[in-house]
Design a protein around this ligand. Structure first.
Ligand code: HEC
Ligand code: HEC
Length: 208
């Protein structure tokens, strides 16, 4: 190949790469802005029927509940998931008897009391897997809604206590400050709290 032809090829490859990168950046930014916010409870005021309004508010809250920051810790089965794609946790770990892992592989061995950004390891003093009956992975918003209202599957909580848990629990709050390399859950914990409180106030109706 002569040098002119090679230079052309290099330039063409570079151009292709750049356009690919630009497209990638654009989709990332777009999904960021769409996924990154939640609507306020007030924005549902035009829905006159209270039950329909309540269900619509829960559907909005669903953007948070089905986000990988929550679902990775509320998986179906015994293994946590990782990252924005929700891949299976590496190394393989299991919930164990108390959600803190097997005797030989405790969550706290790697997950310290705070995020450790240099190694991308998330942290919190209570780091553990949500109990099996609180699994959200693979469920529809309607199914998660019914489950959240069921004391047998929500840790014996009233709807008011669920609202309080989402608005104030610090392990839930980790999802909005997940550390380096992870997308935070949409909106803020305060906004999620306002949505779930409005949902309860309007009768805690579930979407179909
Ligand atoms: C041997 C070390 C180790 C052990 C033990 C461990 N983890 Fe992890 N975990 C990691 C590392 C490292 C990451 C970050 C991986 C990444 O995102 O690059 C991680 C990430 C996670 C995430 C992903 C957070 C997110 O949304 O991206 C969850 C959830 C998680 N671990 C739960 C657990 C639970 C629950 C246990 C105990 C049952 C546990 N881990 C035990 C090392 C460990
Ligand atoms: C590090 C793991 C972890 C993460 C991340 C996590 N949870 Fe949980 N979650 C748990 C554990 C453990 C419990 C059980 C605690 C209890 O019942 O007191 C739980 C219980 C709950 C409950 C009450 C029981 C139920 O399912 O009705 C709600 C509501 C909840 N989590 C919401 C969330 C939301 C919303 C997010 C994301 C914004 C989230 N969680 C992220 C571990 C996690």
């Amino acid at each position: 190949m002569n040098s002119g032809r090679r230079a052309q090829l290099v330039a063409a490859t570079a151009a292709l790469l750049m356009s690919g990168l630009a497209a990638y950046a654009a989709t990332e930014m777009l999904s960021g802005t769409l996924a990154g916010t939640v609507a306020s409870p007030e924005s549902f005021a035009p829905i006159e029927d209270t039950q329909a309004r309540s269900a619509a508010i829960f559907t909005e809250l669903g953007k948070v509940l089905t986000h990988p920051r929550c679902v990775n810790c509320h998986p179906a089965g015994d293994h946590p998931h990782q990252g924005d794609s929700g891949r299976l946790h590496q190394p393989p770990v299991s919930r164990g008897a108390d959600g803190h892992g097997l005797e030989t592989m405790r969550c706290g061995t790697c997950h310290q009391s705070a995020n450790f950004n240099p190694a991308r390891v998330p942290g919190h003093p209570q780091w553990r897997l949500a109990p099996r009956e609180m699994a959200w992975e693979g469920k529809t918003i309607a199914e998660i809604c019914a489950q959240l209202k069921d004391p047998a599957r929500n840790g014996g909580r009233t709807p008011e206590e669920i609202a309080h848990h989402i608005a104030d629990d610090s392990l839930v709050g980790w999802a909005w400050k997940p550390g380096y390399g992870r997308e935070p859950a949409p909106g803020t914990q305060k906004e999620a709290g306002a949505l779930v409180e409005a949902w309860v106030r309007t009768g805690a109706a579930c979407p179909n």
